[in-house]
Design a protein around this ligand. Structure first.
Ligand code: HSE
Length: 362
């Protein structure tokens, strides 16, 4: 049996869902994978909960179900009467706690990457593996983090940040190894796809459709990040830099969201037997000079004919098409959206990390 002690940094919808899965499916993972997952510290904006009963090695077991119940009742983990450390930051927690894997799910910041960037650096400096769903650090500092992971021999997985339940980065990395991906085309944001689907198929207003997406827990805390195309752009950028050998940044992406679309646009598309999708496209193209190549990066609403591979991506689903030199064209569509699928994608990353780093026997 391999035991992994987990630290969860960020106890919002996804962090809580992850804790819930560890509680519910822990026995199954012990049986199926011989993998014992234990959450030994949790941090949120109130502080942290950590077991200091062995001061030389803080991070023993925690009453996770109770922490979850209190959190769902609005009480932060730092306020737990026995294990709570009010005001203790994620950074301070990482200086003391003993664990194998840090789960980074604090709120995303595309400008600074913080606090996640510091968390990830600190975790790796201390030799801890990192699983993150946080796009900020990946958009800003992917090269730095991945080389730190290599130098410190840390596992590093981020499938939760790039469409989560829809496998994207792992398909490119494992299944398309040896091929050049010269074009990526994706419906990468569940919120905007849900809004466009509900407006087109159910005649809903934009505002109502957005409210529904928010109530499903899929919209960003600041939905401007979804509807103005930032979330799609960030995912596209991470995939482009990690799979297509690019070194691009967010400013290079031509970006237009869905706020300029009306029901009239969608009706017009329907009349022409087309659908409108917010599409992210990355493509290596011949550059201006001979032998030069340049990267086209664009996020914008696109009118797709019904036989386009991504035209059938509906509601909260996402989809991605890879165009490769050796393995042809490959499209993947589907996957759940929301806190449970997002947390499930991080569990997938933890198990695969354990397979690679510790050689799980199944
Ligand atoms: N807000 C995102 C979406 C989920 O709607 O797809 C996190 O990436």
């Amino acid at each position: 049996m391999i035991k992994l002690r987990l630290v969860i940094l960020g106890f919002g919808h996804v962090g809580q869902a992850l804790a819930g899965i560890v509680l519910d499916k822990g026995p199954e993972y012990r049986r199926r994978y011989h993998l014992d997952l234990e959450v030994v510290a949790v941090a949120d904006s109130s502080g942290a909960a950590v077991n200091f009963s062995q001061p030389a090695s803080p991070g023993g077991s925690l009453p996770l179900a109770e922490l979850l119940e209190r959190k769902q009742g609005g009480v932060g983990v730092g306020l737990h009467p026995i294990y709570g450390r009010p005001g203790l930051s994620g950074e301070e927690l990482l200086r003391t706690v003993t664990a194998e894997v840090v789960i980074e799910v604090s709120p995303t910041d595309f400008r600074t990457g913080e606090p996640a960037l510091t968390h990830i650096r600190m975790a790796m400096e201390r030799g801890m593996h990192v699983v993150t769903a946080n796009k900020g650090p990946l958009v800003l500092s992917f090269d730095e983090i991945s080389s730190l992971a290599r130098v410190r021999s840390c596992g590093f997985k981020f499938g939760g940040a790039v469409a989560a339940a829809l496998p994207t980065a792992s398909i490119g990395y494992y299944e398309l190894a040896g091929s050049q991906i010269h074009r990526l085309e994706g419906v990468l944001n569940g919120t905007t796809n849900y809004i466009l689907t509900r407006m087109a198929e159910n005649n809903l207003s934009y505002d109502l459709a957005l409210q529904e997406a928010q109530s499903k827990g899929i919209a960003e805390r600041n939905p401007v990040l979804d509807v103005e195309g930032w979330d799609t752009a960030a995912k596209l950028l991470i995939l482009t830099n990690t799979l297509m050998g690019a070194r691009a940044n967010l400013e290079q992406i031509k970006r237009e969201g869905i706020t300029g679309l009306t029901r009239a646009h969608l009706e017009d598309a329907q009349r022409k037997n087309m659908v409108v999708k917010l599409l992210g496209v990355a493509e290596w193209k011949d550059g201006p000079g001979q032998g030069e190549v340049s990267l086209k990066l664009q996020v914008s609403p696109k009118w797709l004919s019904k036989d386009h591979p991504l035209a059938g991506v509906k509601g909260t689903e996402k989809g991605l098409t890879f165009y490769t030199d050796l393995l042809g064209k490959l499209t993947v569509i589907g996957g759940g959206s929301g806190p449970i699928p997002a947390a499930g994608s991080m569990i997938r990353d933890i198990i695969n990390l354990a397979r690679e780093v510790y050689g799980l026997d199944r």
